[in-house]
Design a protein around this ligand. Structure first.
Ligand code: SF4
Length: 225
């Protein structure tokens, strides 16, 4: 079943693009909304919570223009200056504090490439503002580690398509056990599932009529899973 889902996702790359995912080569950073570096992905991961992606990209462009789109630069910025730079995102004070704290930890640990590793997953999860989905997404998209992101979208879409009740961890394990360990496939599958979850597979009243997985889904129009 997982490859049937993947095939439909692959056939709908334009839909993924509309949802902010750029299907690209396996090692590209572009997948993540067209951003240009691991640093920008990490910065955006802190800014995006409860904020529109368009607002986040404007902030990233502003940081880029000023040469501040680097984790080591952010680690050195005084907090009030960082707050000022990201003021247009919701909860900017909390996000500035968390982003600066993360940046300092990363800088002390040899940079994103050294720090964002599977071996450090527990350490990453101890950082304020980083939950399991963010940690796994950073590992996969900012440092090309073969980890499949755990998420509510994954739990909901897989539970419904397979008609099998799963928790988030079980859904992640299902993917890691069944999908070939391949960077491109992991990124494509995650981008597809998140897009389907956001566009169609709502917690209540899913839009099954419009969903690209409708032909496969074993639990259409049922909100209970
Ligand atoms: S068909 Fe409906 S229940 Fe199934 S994945 Fe799509 S939106 Fe969700």
């Amino acid at each position: 079943m997982i490859y049937e889902i993947l095939k439909i996702i692959d056939e709908n790359r334009e839909f993924l693009k509309k949802m902010g995912w750029i299907v690209s080569d396996p090692y590209s950073f572009e997948w993540w909304g067209g951003l240009k570096s691991a640093d920008e992905i990490a910065i955006s991961a802190f800014l995006v919570q409860m904020t529109k992606w368009e607002t986040v990209t404007k902030v990233i462009e502003n940081l880029r223009r000023k040469g501040l789109n680097y984790i080591d630069k952010i680690a050195e910025l005084p907090l009030p200056v960082l707050e000022d730079q990201i003021r247009s995102v919701n909860f900017y004070k909390t996000k500035a504090r968390r982003l600066k704290n993360f940046s300092e930890i990363v800088s002390k640990n040899g940079g994103l490439k050294n720090f964002l590793t599977v071996e450090n997953r527990d350490k990453i999860l101890e950082i304020e503002g980083i939950g399991e989905e963010t940690a796994d997404s950073l590992l996969l998209f900012a440092n090309n580690q073969l980890v499949f992101p755990q998420s509510e979208y994954l739990r909901r879409v897989l539970s419904r398509v397979l008609n099998k009740k799963m928790n988030k961890k079980e859904a992640k394990i299902y993917v890691e056990d069944n999908l070939k360990k391949d960077l491109f496939l992991y990124k494509l599958f995650h981008a597809g599932i998140v897009s389907i979850g956001k566009a169609f597979c709502y917690l209540n009243k899913p839009k099954c009529d419009k969903c690209i997985l409708k032909p496969l889904c074993r639990n259409k129009y049922n909100e209970t899973l």
